[in-house]
Design a protein around this ligand. Sequence first.
Ligand code: NAD
Length: 250
Amino acid sequence: MKKIAFLGGGKIGRNMMKHVQENGKAEVAFVYDPFLKENDLNGIPVVKEVTDEMLEGLDLVVECANADVVAQFMVRVLKYTDFMPFSMTAFRDDGLRAGAEAAAKEHGHMVYLPHGAILGLDGIFDGRSELTEVTVETIKSPASLGRADTEYTVLYEGPTRKAAELYPRNVNVHAAIALAGIGFDKTRSKIIADPSVHTNTHLIHLVGKGIDFTIRVSSFSEGGVTGKYTPLSACGSLDRVLGGAGFQFV
Ligand SMILES: NC(=O)c1ccc[n+]([C@@H]2O[C@H](COP(=O)([O-])OP(=O)(O)OC[C@H]3O[C@@H](n4cnc5c(N)ncnc54)[C@H](O)[C@@H]3O)[C@@H](O)[C@H]2O)c1
């Protein structure tokens, strides 16, 4: 059976761990989360540090903590095994991305990039050579953005690289689209706080030679950074990475 580990045991991590325990596709060796009070999550050991010995023999490490944890662990993990990050804003650092690509090739491992809160990253990646303009607009409640605005407020409009620096917890969708498409400087981001909504809504427009796509995704928000859809999406991505037999959308 495959052996996996998690960095971060919050909303996304706990959903994936429960899913893996229920479907029995893998054994979870540990969850690294120095901020959890529990010693285990449903029998999965919670650890406060990760040694190289703990990485040896794993088939996959899943990050669901924050962008700093991706920066801290990605290249190191790739020496030993595959890596699946959810905090996509980490990729605003071109040096980190290049280092991870080099480490993955050197050690023969994969970085699996999950679609997370958005749909169609694979399709965007496939069409990237023809794309000329990509815009991403996100509307969230002020609480989801860690704010207390009482009226509709445009917080940011400009290149995705700066959006990812200013709102690393909130614009993972923008970062994922920039990474799959035309990059963090050419992709344009708009971030709006709207006290009248309880949803995370992303409106994506992609234009290129013979291409005009609009993707609108809206997912109920329970207050944190992650909407209703992402845990489902995360479990689907994990299943695809772990493999098996049957039908699979590619
Ligand atoms: N790719 C996407 O579309 C997408 C969508 C939603 C959320 N996210 C991102 O995924 C990540 C996890 O989201 P979540 O909703 O589970 O968040 P969460 O706040 O529920 O959980 C994060 C967990 O990480 C832990 N943590 C914090 N600092 C840590 C550190 N230095 N080392 C290890 N663990 C640490 C926290 O204690 C917490 O348990 C966030 O970065 C979030 O922005 C990505």
